[in-house]
Design a protein. Structure first.
Length: 631
């Protein structure tokens, strides 16, 4: 466990949440992300341009060097000429602005007097224009988390990016259905806190926004960016963290990685490494390795590629060393190489190996004129890709004596981070000239203040009071994506609210733990399931079995699942016959244990009738029949 104060850990969270509006942010298109066939397609190539001050954003230069061609699918029902960048954007969507300002007021932020939309340069293909539109709507405010007040820096409205469909070696395919969907971004001030406390802060902010019912729910509707630094290091941005339960481990990993980079810099200085000794170029070692036993290298050479080596002075034994899995200089360099389309790198700390013997290693060391203290790294592949990767590695090695380089990283499924691109600079932002400023009047704000919804705690209390839920279950249903469905079903008053809430939270969680993708289940199936239980066509106890059967693809509907499971409804008369059979079969046990045999009898009956009749009815009949049997 890291000590945040000891290493000077600072984490600034940026929470991006989709707003539940009827239309997109700058046009009248509906919000229908996913599943719609495109009505047209087109291609674009994007290139970096100078800002108004004559500067070029480094992240844009990096994306341009990757040489991608971008293809766009344009669904007719959820995109128009605005998304295709063939006509100017409309004015800012008034519903999105209202929702955003109400959330800002609930956080105690101060709305700006006049909203100005800006352009933020992005040429990774995620926007057809080559920039993202964004507008600051409020400043300041704070979020209370436990006993702490976390300051807020700014609250912004911005458009979401295109949805990536497929990526190849030199192309990306996007859909325009998600482009221009309105997002609210809340930027928190940097915190010095434990990774768990930071994750709790993100949870609290997400809960506040969900409680307003102004934001969309479900997978992909929220993501966290984390700006992370330790004492003496640059800020690293980790973008696109969608799973809140991964945030804690990502911060822990990134803090360890950055602290280790600072320690590595100190050790290299102690070894006598100076800035002028850092490599400035790579050396072509193709002739020296043309007959080596490495399949990766010989394949690259046979396909017309090259092998280059970068000397690493004073670094022997340090390239493959690190405090935890995934934290080492070799991994840092391999990430850079992969970002430029190569398979990774081979470094001398892992040699002999990878098909290279001691003589191969000696040939490279001799070509590079290395001493016993030095290491090296090898790259192989197409000449152009190798050249771009070498430039990136040389740039990265330039930070070895500094410690932590400023960069943008992405989350990995196992709670770590990987290199994505350089950090963008201030040169990427400039005014949007196609959208007029929006004045925010005092009268408008007063109306919004009168209409503010209940906060998180008040809504938890309301659910507990209205439906008789315990606090934990009320929090779970308010946290879930099933709140509206719960209210609709429980509000009819035909099923116990605790059963409805438990099935929609703990029940679905149990199915996910079995490896089933519950996010793919249609709400209409759940509606049908609850209706079937209400009408007595299905017993409550069969609910999970029915959902499990549907999620496994063994049925498409509740009716088909009932047939597949043989869950023909059972009447009370048939139940009584089953109970009588069980009682007769267990005559000796009942004679020996009397009423204490009730549990065993109930278990055997339920095993025979589960899912075909309500459990409360079974309990009542078994108890009555048991009393009659005992005389």
């Amino acid at each position: 466990m890291i000590d945040p104060s000891a290493i000077g850990l600072k984490v600034g969270l940026e929470i991006h949440q989709q707003l539940a509006t009827k239309h997109k942010l700058f046009c009248g298109c509906a919000l229908k992300a996913g599943g719609e066939a495109p009505s047209s397609r087109f291609q674009r190539r994007l290139r970096p341009t100078q800002s108004e001050l004559g500067e070029v954003d480094p992240a844009s230069v990096y994306e341009f060097t990757r040489g991608f061609v971008y293809s766009y699918h344009a669904p007719a029902a959820s995109s128009c000429l605005v998304e295709a960048d063939e006509e100017p954007p409309n004015d800012l969507d008034p519903q999105a602005l209202e929702y955003g300002l109400k959330i800002a007021l609930m956080l105690g932020a101060e709305p700006v007097d006049e909203i100005h939309v800006m352009r933020k340069v992005v040429i990774d293909g995620s926007n057809t224009t080559g920039f993202q539109r964004t507008a600051v709507i409020a400043l300041g405010g704070s979020l209370r988390v436990g006993g702490r007040q976390v300051p807020i820096q700014s609250i912004t409205l911005e458009e979401d990016a295109c949805r990536l469909i497929e990526q190849g070696e030199a192309r990306k395919e996007f859909s325009l259905d998600r482009l221009c969907i309105p997002l609210i971004e809340v930027s928190l001030a940097p915190m010095t806190a434990t990774p768990r406390e930071i994750a709790e802060t993100a949870l609290a902010l997400g809960r506040l926004m969900r409680a307003t019912r102004f934001v969309a729910r479900g997978l992909g509707t929220i993501r966290q960016d984390a700006n992370i630094s330790v004492r003496g290091g640059a800020v690293v941005e980790v973008k696109g963290i969608q799973e809140l339960d991964k945030l804690e481990s990502i911060i822990e990993f990134e803090a360890q990685r950055q602290e280790w980079l600072n320690q590595l810099a100190a050790e290299l200085r102690a070894r006598g490494l100076r800035e002028e000794m850092l490599p400035r170029s790579a050396v072509d070692v193709t002739p020296a390795l043309s007959t080596c036993g490495s399949k990766m290298i010989t394949r690259a050479i046979s396909q017309g590629g090259i092998v280059v080596a970068i000397p690493l002075p004073k670094m022997k034994g340090l390239v493959g060393r690190g405090p935890v899995e995934g934290v080492r200089l070799g991994a840092e360099l391999a990430d850079r190489a992969r970002a430029h389309g190569l398979g990774g790198v081979i470094h001398s700390d892992e040699l002999p190996g990878w098909g290279l013997n001691e003589q191969d290693v000696e040939n490279v060391r001799r070509t590079l004129h290395l001493s016993d203290e030095d290491a090296f790294v090898l790259l192989c592949g197409p000449r152009e890709k190798v050249s771009d990767a070498v430039a990136s590695l040389i740039e990265r090695l330039g930070y070895l004596l500094v410690g932590v380089p400023p960069e943008t990283r992405g989350p990995t499924p196992d709670g770590k981070t990987r290199y994505m691109r350089p950090r963008p600079g201030a040169a990427r932002m400039y005014p949007e000239t196609d959208i007029p400023p929006v004045p925010i009047t005092r009268e408008y704000l007063e109306r919004l203040r009168r209409e503010l919804p209940l906060g998180w705690e008040e809504q938890v209390g309301a659910l507990m009071g209205r439906f008789g839920l315990g606090r934990q279950l009320a929090e779970q249903i308010l946290d879930s994506d099933m709140l509206e469905l719960f209210e609709a079903v429980a509000g009819r008053g035909k099923l116990p609210p605790t059963f409805v809430a438990s099935l929609l939270t703990e029940g679905l969680t149990a199915l996910r733990r079995e490896g089933l993708q519950t996010g793919g289940i249609d709400e209409s199936v759940l509606h049908d399931l609850f209706l079937s239980i209400e009408e007595g066509r299905v017993a409550k106890e069969a609910a999970l079995d029915i959902l499990r059967t549907i999620l496994k693809g063994q049925a498409r509907s509740v009716r088909e699942a009932v047939d597949a499971l043989g869950l023909r409804p059972m009447g009370e008369e048939e139940l009584e016959r089953v109970v009588d059979e069980v009682l007769r079969a267990n005559r000796a046990l009942i004679s020996q244990r009397g009423e204490r045999a009730l549990g065993a009898i109930m278990g055997e009956v339920m095993a025979r009738v589960r899912g075909r009749i309500d459990g409360a009815t079974v309990s009542s009949v078994v108890k009555r029949k048991m009393r009659e049997f005992l005389g």
